[in-house]
Ligand binder design. Structure first.
Ligand code: C6P
Length: 410
């Protein structure tokens, strides 16, 4: 595997083959990274390498290829552990993504520790994946789901959050970065406050991890969930980090191969962590590709990623606000490179279609965050999101395409 050069941002776009194409005859301007990131060649090659030369199942075989696959898979787990600064590799559970990780906690920790009258606290800016699993738990357990509201600028209402915490709060589940508004939440502080109230904390890092380091020991969060595909890795693979003591106490929620030590018809003895939560054949190539993606992120480096993305964000905010008829939705004080906006008299879906005609890929819709849309009294927004492969030219193309759409609708 060839490591990226010292200053990888210089030729970074070349590492993303998907960018080397036209859409409707125009060069692709990909501004939909919050939905899924493009994949660098090193990740694509790690998947191809696995399927071409290894391909075997893990934890089961005594033959060479199976041992190789197992070693690669477990090395990927250690890469994730190092990336998150987790204390133990068995605190890293491979799942199919953020959604799966949150559901695992809701089902397993929910069964262990959350009963009738207990409270779960989320925020108004959560993705549906951090709302619906708690509603399902509420239905199963009789727990109460509380919601800390946002301020109108898209920041979390910190006073309301503090006021919602109480002796019945068992779990706080909060996103580190809002996928609809880009809001950055002060996760370490929220965790301190939640712990002081006696609650455990789950951090949804789906949008955060691609853009900023998430050190689980520094944050002191109890659980953290993320998806491989948003951090330049494959789809269908993700991670649940959980603190050793909590995971050890939690019951498995899926039964099958790999999560057992022995099975009779009378009784099953479960495997140890992390395997107890990884029933069935894992997404082996996906985990290996995710490991390679995190190595890529480290080679680029979060300081370079943050500086690049923040410069693009500033340029985008200035450029969008300079267009008559464009309204930003949410102006959070601390934000990452995700911008929701509306253009007067053009439905976001129409805008998305016209922009696509110009080769500009954005997301239009409710972004799986309908409560955020409800807060602003809209059904949908247009959303542009930025990554390391984007340039100022991409922002300028977005602006030009919006102006073209306005002319069509004028
Ligand atoms: N947001 C977006 O366009 P999955 O689907 O499990 O990989 O990720 C779910 C998820 C959870 N939390 C946050 C904050 C997210 O942004 C997402 C995925 C994508 O915004 C697809 S809806």
């Amino acid at each position: 595997m060839t490591p990226p050069p010292d200053n990888p941002l210089l030729d970074l776009r070349d590492r993303f083959p998907c960018l080397d194409q036209t859409v409707h005859g125009k060069p692709l301007t990909y501004l939909d990274t919050a939905a899924t990131a493009l994949k660098p060649t090193c990740v694509i090659e790690s998947l191809a390498h696995h399927y071409r030369l290894v391909s075997a199942n893990i934890h089961r075989g005594v033959h060479t290829l199976s041992e190789r696959a197992t070693a690669d898979f477990e090395r990927a787990r250690t890469t994730v552990q190092t990336h998150l600064n987790a204390a133990h590799s068995h605190e890293i559970i491979f799942t199919s993504g953020t959604t799966d990780s949150i559901n695992l906690v809701a089902q397993s920790y929910g069964q262990l520790a959350i009963g009738a009258g207990d409270e779960i606290l989320i925020t108004e800016m959560e993705h549906h994946s951090n709302i619906v699993p708690w509603q399902l738990l509420r239905e199963r357990s009789g727990a109460v789901l509380r919601v800390a509201p946002m301020l109108d600028n898209g920041d979390l209402d910190r006073d309301a959050f503090r006021a919602a915490l109480n002796a019945r709060t068992r779990l706080v589940a909060v996103t580190a970065v809002s996928n609809a508004l880009g809001t950055v939440n002060p996760v370490a502080e929220l965790t301190r406050e939640a712990h002081a109230a006696g609650a455990v904390v789950l951090v949804d890092a789906a949008q955060a991890l691609p853009l900023q380091a998430m050190d689980v020991q520094a944050l002191d969060c109890d659980f953290l969930a993320f998806s491989g595909h948003k951090v330049f890795g494959p789809t269908g693979i993700g991670v649940l980090y959980g603190k050793n003591d909590l995971l050890k106490a939690m019951p498995p929620v899926k039964g099958g191969g790999d999560m057992i030590l022995s099975v009779t018809f009378d009784q099953t003895t479960y495997n140890e962590l992390p395997h107890i939560f990884e029933a069935g054949t894992a997404h082996i190539a996906g985990a290996i590709g995710l490991g390679r993606a995190l190595e890529f992120v480290n080679a680029v480096g979060y300081p370079a990623i943050e500086a690049h993305e923040s410069a693009l964000l500033d340029h985008a905010l200035t450029a969008l606000q300079a267009i008559d008829g464009v309204r930003l939705v949410g102006t959070p004080a601390q934000r990452k490179g995700i911008v929701s906006f509306l253009v007067d008299a053009i439905h976001p879906h129409d805008l998305g279609t016209i922009l696509d005609g110009e080769g500009v890929a954005i997301r239009a819709g409710h972004h799986c965050a309908q409560p955020v849309m409800a807060h602003y009294g809209v059904a949908a927004t247009a959303r542009a999101s930025f990554s390391i492969y984007n340039t100022r030219d991409d922002v300028d193309r977005l602006v030009a395409a919006i102006r073209a759409a306005q002319e069509i609708f004028a």
